[in-house]
Design a protein around this ligand. Structure first.
Ligand code: SAM
Length: 339
């Protein structure tokens, strides 16, 4: 029999917390989705036990798309909210995502990079029907706890993006992959597979909202940060420790002296837009720091809104993306054949 979200959370906690109870918890951790069963054992979810990140002997050489499971360990999940600061982030993002989703009449949302639940919680509170996915059990458990604190029961599914459709049921109006998460895929095959999985999990007129750090500016002009967006905690420093064409390694230092790192692939904006189009999305509209018009080098983050299909009738609903006469730096449109 499958477990509901509360039972799953409890079982995951037992797996992480008490060796004594692990055997029985392991037997119980069977996440039943309507389509398939994902069985988890103690070794599959090592991040629930781990307090240290694990990069092996040479951290700069660790550029594996599975690495995130060894980075987003329990102790880092516990610190994550200090880094993003929910209140400050709520202010800086405003109603951007709610507006984009409502303007297109979207209701069912798959949050594929749930993390500690910031967007899942916000969108649920705004009335959307949200399903929360993440590959890290530690992050997902924290998201569930954050939901509970706010009186919500998040619908959680643990899944790697590259096998998403084995673990979820049905299709969605919109998929979000936010918080500079796509950067955790270190190989192009993984990126293409992920976008194909996202595409397949969307309804015929679904949209994908995927964001990224402005790595072009970093690679070409060096790193600057206002701390205004995404990593809003002013008590935590987040800065690159190493940067090359294949790796952006960031270090996060907390007030209590704790240090964590993330190895990420520095995605160029045009490259992501191209991957989205080649995955089949008919139109990609890119915003800089939540603005439609922006200066390339001054934006810290880009948000891509990729539409699977663009019905003629929608032209009137989102003129900003369609008015080709305007010098809109964010407009991207490509006719695709056969998708
Ligand atoms: N969206 C959240 C936020 O903005 O605070 C979390 C962002 S965090 C940078 C990236 C999240 O993506 C982590 O929770 C990580 O576990 C998840 N993730 C990274 N690669 C993944 C993959 N291949 N499949 C599933 N989840 C993944």
């Amino acid at each position: 029999m499958g477990l509901d979200a509360v039972e799953m959370h409890q079982a995951l906690r037992e797996l992480g917390h008490s060796p004594r109870r692990r055997a029985s918890a392991a037997a119980r951790v069977e996440i039943q989705t309507k389509r398939s069963t994902l069985t988890l054992g103690p070794h599959d979810n090592a991040e629930l036990d781990a307090f240290e990140q694990n990069y092996g002997d040479n951290p700069l050489a660790d550029r594996d798309s599975d690495l995130y499971r060894r980075e987003f360990v329990k102790s880092f999940a516990e610190k994550w909210d200090e880094l993003i600061n929910w209140d400050a982030r709520t202010k800086s993002e405003g109603s951007f995502f709610v507006d984009v989703l409502r303007a297109r009449g979207k209701q069912s949302i798959l949050d594929t990079a749930t993390g500690t639940g910031f967007h899942s919680v916000r969108l649920t509170q705004a009335g959307f029907d949200v399903t929360s996915v993440d590959g890290s059990a530690a992050m997902l458990a924290k998201a569930f706890e954050n939901g509970r604190k706010r009186g919500l029961i998040l619908k959680t599914v643990q899944s790697d993006w590259r096998e998403l459709n084995r673990n979820i049921h049905g299709t969605y109006d919109a998929i979000i992959c936010l918080g500079n998460s796509f950067t955790h895929l270190h190989d192009e095959q993984g990126r293409r597979k992920t976008l194909a999985e996202f595409y397949a999990a969307l309804r015929h007129d679904g949209i994908l909202i995927l964001d990224q750090r402005n790595y072009d500016a970093m690679l070409d002009h060096g790193f600057t940060s206002t701390h205004k967006y995404y990593y809003c905690g002013d008590q935590v420093t987040a800065e690159p420790e190493h940067l090359d064409d294949g790796l952006a390694r960031f270090k996060y230092t907390f007030t209590d002296g704790c240090k964590y790192t993330l190895n990420m692939f520095p995605l160029r904006k045009n490259y992501v837009q191209r991957l989205l189009r080649e995955a089949g999305f008919e139109r990609v509209c890119t915003y800089g720091d939540f603005q439609k018009t922006y200066r390339e080098n001054e934006s810290e983050f880009f948000v891509h809104v990729a539409e699977k299909s663009v019905p003629i009738a929608l032209d009137a609903a989102v003129p900003d993306c369609l008015d080709r006469s305007r010098p809109c730096g964010t407009y991207e449109s490509v006719q695709t054949n056969g998708h």
